[in-house]
Write a protein that binds this ligand. Structure first.
Ligand code: CMP
Length: 222
């Protein structure tokens, strides 16, 4: 646990105290940890694997966020009094989570102000992202939204090797479409164009950004 950024400022005794309140849970690929509307009684920290926060409307999926090691989710229904999960949590890659029950979270927040501060930081970051997304959906065309999504993924999950950035996530075209809110066909078309311009390479569902500057220029020149 100590290696996760969530626990950066924790002392050993903080860690011992906190881990008493946690239980480990394992989930298989494609299973749901919870569904939108369920009553929420636990907060989760991703120890390994990938979890997608999504919502469905008439069978169409919209991905709110893709979470990996160290990310926290499930706090909203514990705090806002509605008690209902605001979205689904779906396991994309076999996941191990640390769960903290509602009744233990309160005690943890009271005895450890560092946890409150961490949660606040996470929520503010999420609000910034949501605001950016509202902006993009309102003002940008679909192509530019796809370019921006690729830049965000490169920023968040990128591994840099000799000036190229490999997005360290196995992504289908449908997954990118669900993040941007467009069709899979549109994603396919844009990825093909970007490959023809030598800006990206797609290899076994992994995207390698070969020229980040050209990709950024496409966003700023919109
Ligand atoms: P909760 O409502 O309990 O269950 C769904 C969880 O998804 C929610 O808590 C948040 O932790 C997370 N979540 C909801 N909206 C977003 C978002 N826009 N970005 C990232 N995570 C979110």
């Amino acid at each position: 646990l100590k290696s996760l950024s969530f626990f950066d400022d924790f002392t050993t005794s903080d860690m011992e105290h906190t881990s008493q309140y946690m239980s480990e849970k394992r989930y298989d690929q494609n299973s749901f940890i919870f569904m939108e509307g369920d009553i929420g009684d636990e907060l989760y920290i991703v120890l390994s694997g990938t979890v997608e926060i999504n919502r469905f409307d008439n069978g169409k999926k919209f991905v709110l966020s893709t979470l990996q090691e160290g990310d926290v989710f499930g706090e909203m229904s514990l705090f806002d009094g509605s008690e209902c999960r605001s979205a689904n949590a779906e396991v994309v890659d076999k996941a191990v989570l640390a769960a903290i029950e509602r009744r233990n979270l309160q005690g943890l927040l009271e005895t450890n102000p560092g946890v409150t501060y961490k949660l606040l930081t996470i929520l503010i970051k999420r609000l910034r992202r949501a605001n950016d997304r509202i902006h993009d959906i309102t003002f940008l065309d679909v192509r530019t939204r796809i370019y921006k999504q690729l830049l965000c993924l490169a920023e968040e999950y990128g591994i840099t090797l000799n000036q190229t950035i490999m997005i360290n996530l196995r992504l289908t075209q449908q997954q990118i479409a669900d993040m941007v809110g467009c069709t899979r066909e549109m994603v396919s078309k844009v990825l093909t164009e970007l490959q023809a311009d030598h800006i990206i390479v797609v290899n076994k569902k992994r995207i390698i950004v070969k020229n980040k500057h050209l990709l950024s220029d496409k966003v700023t020149s919109f």
